[in-house]
Design a protein around this ligand. Structure first.
Ligand code: EPZ
Length: 419
């Protein structure tokens, strides 16, 4: 089983091009099966979740191939609408294939998706919305059988109880070819939704309002293949910035998406780091010890502070001067990384959705186990600042979302290797 071996204490310096967004590439890959042609996707990150999505595409009859950071998906010969359970379980994003399948074949059989253990991850909002669009859904021993009696979904007015990213994506995919107009109220506003809609518009879909809380999809679009470049990964950017903030040094991130990363940057700069942004560049300098963030760090739907950056920022603040308080409002169980940080010397108290992080003088190396994707990345952040050497096991979690993390960090001067 592979592990990362990290020796802390070296500042990070240099330039790093931000990888393509995992949480944009995955729904776009699902959407590509609707086009009935060939899609070429650029800046596609090399991640295990991306390869899992390609296995699903190939399993239903598409041809998905990769060349460097480009993917080609040919969806002219879909011959299956059932996705095997073992493929569904590989990641959360597999559930987005439901909307894509319904939007193109009018039926699908899937199962409850896998993904990071962040607490219960129900899909009730997905299913309720699709039912309102005319989809008959029955659940049979873990399998979810969907079919549209008329063969084509119809438009609907849907108000989401919570701006769920996945539910918004599934509704959009089913609505693009539905009969009539669909309005989504309280839609997720994440940048990855806008990127998915940008891709769908390039394929001929008629969608407006993405990025706001009310999205309108005009149905019955005739879709075709396209060429599209996936947006940069704002959470990967937040991760490398947190590493530099914690370890010290100065880096420039290129090919970054600055406005989309602002909700994170506006908190990070309160730690005392110097941050300058250009058109698609983010410069960070971290000198002496970080300061604790005075106001409570509340994770919220975009444009609030992103839940996916909670763990990595917490790792950076574990050795800050003062006490920072986090409030995790998106997932029920997203503090699983705190045990590892405490093992490295952090002083963190978790009280329900609140985590109180009292800055210690310095963390020390330890042997830790990645608990989930962003929790594992947080351990790498902590290890780069800690005194001594840390071994991180179960790094398959990290490989789901970070392209060759050890190469990226080594290129910045970090002492890290995969063993
Ligand atoms: C997406 O997950 C992202 N994953 C997550 O990133 C991200 O943390 C999350 O959005 C929030 O921004 C991908 O895009 C692949 P949600 P998703 O539906 O769609 C509850 C990462 O680290 N909920 O917005 O699953 C749910 O339990 C990953 O890259 C329901 O109750 O998130 C959660 O508490 C982790 N019923 C909250 O809503 C539903 O039907 C937000 O979930 C759907 C969701």
């Amino acid at each position: 089983m592979q592990k990362l071996v990290v020796t802390g204490g070296k500042p990070l310096r240099g330039e790093l091009s931000v990888q393509g967004s995992k949480n944009s590439a995955l729904p776009i890959m699902a959407a590509s099966l609707m086009c009935g042609g060939e899609c070429r996707l650029h800046r596609c990150p090399k991640l295990t979740d991306i390869y899992a999505a390609s296995r699903i595409l190939n399993c239903v009859g598409c041809r998905c191939t990769f060349s460097g950071n480009s993917a080609a998906v040919d969806s002219r010969s879909i011959d299956r609408t059932e996705i095997p359970e073992e493929l569904m379980r590989e990641m959360r994003s597999s559930i987005i294939f439901m909307g894509a399948m319904l939007g193109t074949a009018g039926e699908c059989t899937v199962s409850v998706p896998g993904g990071c253990e962040l607490g219960p991850r129900p899909i009730d909002m997905h299913l309720a919305a699709l039912k309102r669009m005319g989809v008959d859904i029955s659940e049979l021993s873990g399998r979810i059988v969907c079919r549209i009696p008329s063969g084509r979904a119809h438009g609907a007015k849907i108000s989401l109880a919570f701006p769920s990213v996945g539910a918004t994506e599934n509704i959009i995919l089913c609505a693009v070819t539905a009969d009539g107009e669909t309005v989504i109220n309280n839609a997720a506003r994440e940048p990855e939704i806008c990127d998915l809609c940008g891709f769908l518009r390039a394929c001929g879909a008629r969608i407006t309002g993405d990025g706001e809380s009310r999205i309108v999809v005009k149905g019955k679009a005739k879709l075709h293949g396209c060429e599209y470049t996936i947006m940069p990964d704002r959470i990967a950017a937040a991760t490398y910035l947190s590493m530099t903030a914690a370890a010290g040094g100065e880096i420039i991130l290129t090919n970054a998406c600055v406005p989309e990363t602002e909700p994170f940057l506006s908190v990070l700069e309160q730690t005392g780091c110097s941050i300058y942004t250009g058109e698609n560049k983010i410069y960070l300098h971290s000198g002496v010890r970080l300061r604790a963030v005075r106001e409570r760090i509340r994770t919220m739907p975009h444009p609030g502070f992103p839940t996916d950056a909670q763990a990595v920022l917490m790792a950076a603040l574990a050795a800050a001067d003062g006490t920072s308080i986090f409030e995790e409002n998106i997932f029920d169980c997203r503090y699983r990384h705190t045990d590892a940080l405490i093992k490295m010397g952090a002083d963190i108290q978790v009280l329900g959705k609140v985590a109180i992080v009292k800055g210690v003088r310095r963390l020390h190396g330890a042997n830790v186990e990645a608990t989930d994707l962003r929790g594992g990345a947080a351990m790498a952040v902590a290890a780069l600042a800690a005194e001594g050497t840390t071994q991180i096991t179960k790094i398959s979690h990290i490989d789901r979302g970070y392209e060759k993390i050890e190469e990226a960090v080594s290129a910045l001067g970090g002492d890290i290797r995969r063993a």
